[in-house]
Ligand binder design. Structure first.
Ligand code: KIV
Length: 265
């Protein structure tokens, strides 16, 4: 079990070349298992709109729903850093951002996550000044699925890739302490991790990121139907939830996960 993971502890892990493990969590019981097995970060993701509520996107999720699950996860947590997703349109203006982030922090979050690039600079600076740590999210940002026209790999063209790197540096300079990058070629995951001093946590972003995150329902074999290429079912090899989480933490830490079969070129 790891105790009291903070943003500065995560920065230290990056400096030391130690990989960071992260997972989505939605309730106290799983939270305790994840923390006990040494998961560094738990994210109450708006993926709950899909895996808990059965929607086909994250768009219907509300701040109150995230806050409810943050309370549940923090109740079982034993030292992981707890990040709360700010759901669709809850940070459309800086004022909305302060109010909604405050609700999530009061519910027990240690950090909030926002999807988007340089249009968020004022919000990120404002949150940081007001004492709210921020995780940024680039690449395939699921709240923009209707703009992207589907869940597609991002940053394959060099101009898109460079824009993402420029955005990431600007977000870091505005105060973001962490970056999640989703569904990009491994080469771009590597460039982002090298360009930033803050840790880069990948999901479908290759093995060179500073850490990895997966949706718990995918990696525990609960999800049916479409399983993303970047995920891995750790129950298949272990047959036990505690052992599956321990194997995930070990494989992230050793670099065994993600393998080439989980990556995009
Ligand atoms: O909502 C979520 O679970 C996420 C992860 C997939 C990174 O944003």
């Amino acid at each position: 079990m790891k105790k009291n993971i903070t943003g500065s502890k995560l920065a230290q892990l990056k400096q030391q070349g130690q990989k960071i493990s992260a997972i989505t969590a939605y309730d106290a019981s799983f939270s305790e298992v994840f923390a006990t097995q040494g998961v560094d970060i738990q994210l109450v993701g708006d993926s709950l709109g899909m895996v808990l509520q059965g929607n086909d996107s994250t768009i219907p999720v509300t701040v109150d729903e995230i806050a409810y699950h943050v309370k549940c996860v923090q109740a079982g947590n034993k030292g992981s850093l707890l990040i709360a997703d700010m759901p669709f349109m809850s940070y459309a203006t800086p004022e909305q951002t302060w109010t909604n982030a405050a609700t999530l922090m009061r519910a027990g979050a240690n950090m909030v996550k926002l999807e988007g690039g340089s249009w968020l600079l004022e919000s990120i600076e404002g949150l940081t000044i007001r004492g709210i740590p921020v995780c940024a999210h680039l690449g395939l940002t699921p709240q923009s699925v209707n703009v992207f026209g589907g869940y597609k790999v991002q940053g394959r063209e060099e101009d898109q890739a460079q824009l993402m790197i420029d955005d990431a540096i600007a977000l870091q300079n505005a105060g973001a302490q962490l970056l999640v990058v989703e569904c990009v070629p491994s080469s771009l995951g590597k460039r982002l991790s090298e360009a930033l001093t803050i840790p880069v946590i990948g999901i479908g972003a290759g093995p060179h990121c500073d850490g990895q995150i997966l949706v718990m329902h995918d990696m525990l074999g609960i999800s049916t139907g479409y399983i993303p290429k970047f995920s891995k079912n750790f129950i298949k090899q272990t047959g036990d939830i505690h052992l599956a989480i321990a194997a995930y933490v070990d494989e992230v830490s050793s670099g065994a996960f993600p393998g080439p079969e989980h990556c995009f070129e």
